[in-house]
Design a protein around this ligand. Structure first.
Ligand code: ADE
Length: 254
C-alpha cells in the first residue's frame, strides 16, 4: 500500500489542522494512506518566552526565524523515526513553482516529507543551507506564511495516492494529466431556463461523447490557457481539431 508521511513545521498549527480534518484529506488519514504530523516550532525553543524569531543582522525591518528551534525540530523528528530518509521542502515565494508534475512526483515519494513553513520576513540562511533539499512556491504572489502553500502541496499529492479518492472522484484525476484543461460538464435537467445540454451528451453514443469531450477540452485550453498547448500530450488528430477550432474562433459564423 502506497502512503505518504508528512511532517509540517509551523508557528501556527491551527492553520494546518482544520483542512486536514475535512473531506477527502480526512478520509485519506483515516484510511492510513496519509499521515501528517504537525509540529509547532515554538515547542522547540529553549527560553521561557518561547522565542522563535529575532531581528536581522545588518539591520532593517522585519524579523528572521531563528535557526535553533528549527534544527531542534528536525532532530526530534529524526529521533522519532530512526533510519528513515527525509525530503525537506521549504515553502517560500522564492521556490520553484509547484505544478501537477511535482505533485505526481511527491505522491510517489517514499521518504518522510518535511514541509517547513516560513513566516514573518525570512528564515536564517543556515537553515536553508543545511536542512533544506528543495524550495517550492505555489505561485508568484506573497502569502502571510508557508502554511497555506504546505496544504496545497499535501492536498495535490495526497489525492493522487491510490485509494484516497473514491471511484467517482477519480474520474477527475486526469483533467490535467495530459496537460489539457477539463471539458465542460452537465447534469440534469436537460434544459434549464432555455439553456440546453449538448445533444451528443443525451444520446448513448460513447465514442461520439468521447470525441466531443476531447474537442471541448482542446477548445477550453485554447481559449483559457493556450500556453499549455505547447507542452500538452497531443495526437495528430488533436492538432487538426485545434486548427479547426482556431478557424471557428476567428470566424464564429462557420
Ligand atoms: N510563502 C509566502 N508566499 C508563498 C508562496 N507564494 N508559495 C509558497 N510559500 C509562500
Amino acid at each position: 500500500m502506497r502512503k505518504l508521511n508528512f511532517e509540517v513545521l509551523t508557528l501556527f498549527p491551527g492553520l494546518i489542522e482544520g483542512p486536514l480534518n475535512e473531506s477527502i484529506l480526512k478520509r485519506g488519514r483515516e484510511k492510513g494512506l496519509l499521515n501528517v504530523t504537525v509540529r509547532n516550532i515554538r515547542d522547540y525553543t529553549g527560553d521561557k518566552h518561547r522565542t522563535a524569531d529575532d531581528s536581522p543582522y545588518g539591520g532593517g525591518a522585519g524579523m528572521v526565524l531563528k535557526p535553533e528551534p528549527i534544527f531542534r525540530a528536525f532532530e526530534a523528528l529524526k529521533a522519532e523515526h530512526p533510519g528513515e530518509e527525509l525530503l525537506s521542502i521549504l515553502l517560500s515565494p522564492q521556490g520553484r513553482i509547484f505544478d501537477q508534475k511535482r505533485a505526481e512526483g511527491l505522491s510517489g515519494e517514499k521518504r518522510r516529507i518535511v514541509l517547513l513553513c516560513g513566516h514573518y520576513e525570512a528564515i536564517d540562511e543556515r537553515v536553508i543551507g543545511s536542512l533544506i533539499d528543495e524550495e517550492l512556491s505555489i505561485g508568484d504572489y506573497v502569502l502571510t506564511g508557508g502554511e497555506i502553500a504546505a496544504l496545497v502541496v499535501i492536498d495535490a499529492a495526497a489525492r493522487l495516492l491510490p485509494g484516497v479518492l473514491g471511484d467517482e472522484e477519480s474520474a477527475y484525476r486526469d483533467s490535467f494529466g495530459e496537460g489539457l484543461l477539463d471539458h465542460p460538464h452537465y447534469t440534469r435537467p436537460a434544459e434549464f431556463r432555455g439553456m440546453r445540454v449538448p445533444d451528443v451528451l443525451l444520446g448513448g453514443n460513447h465514442a461520439e461523447i468521447e470525441k466531443w469531450r476531447r474537442r471541448e477540452a482542446l477548445r477550453a485550453t485554447l481559449i483559457k490557457r493556450p500556453d499549455l498547448l505547447e507542452t500538452a500530450d497531443l495526437m495528430d488528430e488533436d492538432r487538426k481539431i485545434l486548427e479547426e477550432l482556431k478557424r471557428e474562433i476567428r470566424n464564429p459564423n462557420i
